[in-house]
Design a protein around this ligand. Structure first.
Ligand code: SF4
Length: 333
């Protein structure tokens, strides 16, 4: 089976934690609005990135750089400078979403691997083949909206390696196509590299309970003692037909351990862990658990059932402290 384990690293300590706990590859971003996790305190400057690449390579792990925003004319040069910087550092792949940047990178660095970011929203094999034929893309990260059957069918029609999400928060609207954050805050992952940015978050204590808002939009209201999550627009509770509920998505976390053999048998190449915002400690724990799961499953795929205690430990590290198989178990074909 041997699925590659791709883990997030928002900081140099997180990168070390991922590598030390068994990641085959880590993905990082540079500081600034060049990638979809542009949060304060996250991401790498040039010297940290160089140290991270050296640390990973000395231990046999690969480093991918995410540059998965869609640049405007005003930010084009920053984006291409970032490609130059990543290439100089000797990273193992660029994760890109924008076709213009793919053209630039493919022409200038023909030997540098290109991975199609989940932000490209490529959910069918024809789109993925287009990126291969045009730019030589070697891997595509699938949005978290396809059933396991659909993933298997897609893989049969493309020679591009397929990476799918295995653990972490959900982004339900075919990443790259969601305008909710942009609508509420003017910032989105595609342009400023952030969904539901911290500067727009408001917390209010009211007689009806604690409330979270993004700018003036009410995202959620919590009962006394109820745990409050980060206000992400798609995971808010909204009134629809006089019923207040998580109308778009539950604040829960994807956990694909239950379908690892299915994904592997269908030809998936790599399993990705979401969460460059995680602390180094969390990254280390999640990586250790996923590594163990992949190794155990490798040894006994036919009888594979994820150990209950492993699921419990992952739930403790998950958004909403609970998990779902997401779209993987949906009946759509
Ligand atoms: S609002 Fe939700 S679906 Fe949209 S980009 Fe953010 S996390 Fe993804």
């Amino acid at each position: 089976m041997t699925l590659e384990l791709v883990c997030p690293a928002g900081t140099l300590p997180a990168l070390r934690a991922a590598v030390d706990n068994g990641a085959d590859s880590v993905y990082i971003g540079f500081r600034g609005a060049t990638n979809a996790r542009n949060f304060p305190g996250l991401n790498f400057d040039a010297s940290e990135a160089a140290a991270g690449v050296a640390y990973a390579h000395e231990r046999g792990a690969r480093v991918f750089v995410a540059l998965n925003i869609y640049p405007s004319p005003a930010t084009w040069e920053t984006a291409t400078d970032t490609i130059d910087r990543a290439a100089r550092l000797g990273v193992d792949a660029l994760i890109l979403a924008d076709p213009g940047l793919m053209r630039f990178a493919a022409d200038r660095y023909p030997n540098l691997r290109l991975h199609l970011s989940v932000q490209s929203s490529a959910t069918n094999w024809r789109a993925i083949e287009f990126y291969r034929q045009e730019f030589g893309v070697q891997r595509a990260v699938l949005p978290r909206v396809l059933s396991a059957t659909q993933v298997a069918r897609l893989i049969k029609r493309t020679s591009v390696e397929i990476e799918v999400f295995g653990f972490g928060s959900l982004c339900v609207m075919a990443e790259g196509r969601c305008a909710l954050s942009s609508f509420a805050t003017g910032h989105s992952p595609n342009t400023q590299g952030v969904c539901s940015p911290a500067h727009a978050v408001r917390w209010e204590e009211t007689p009806a309970g604690r409330q979270s808002r993004l700018n003036d939009i009410l995202i959620d209201r919590y009962a006394p003692g109820e745990a409050a999550g980060y206000p992400t627009l798609c995971k808010g509770r909204f009134r629809v037909n006089d019923i207040v509920f998580h109308a778009l998505e539950e604040p829960t976390s994807l956990n694909a351990l239950g379908v690892l053999p299915t994904l592997a048998a269908s030809g998936v190449k790599a399993i990705k862990v979401e969460g460059r915002q995680r602390s180094p400690d969390d990254v280390g724990q999640v990586t250790r658990l996923l590594r163990r799961a992949l190794d155990l499953c490798d040894d006994a795929a036919a009888e594979w059932t994820p150990p209950v205690e492993m699921i419990g430990e992952l739930d403790a590290l998950a958004e909403g402290r609970t998990h779902t198989l997401g779209a993987y178990h949906r009946p759509w074909q």
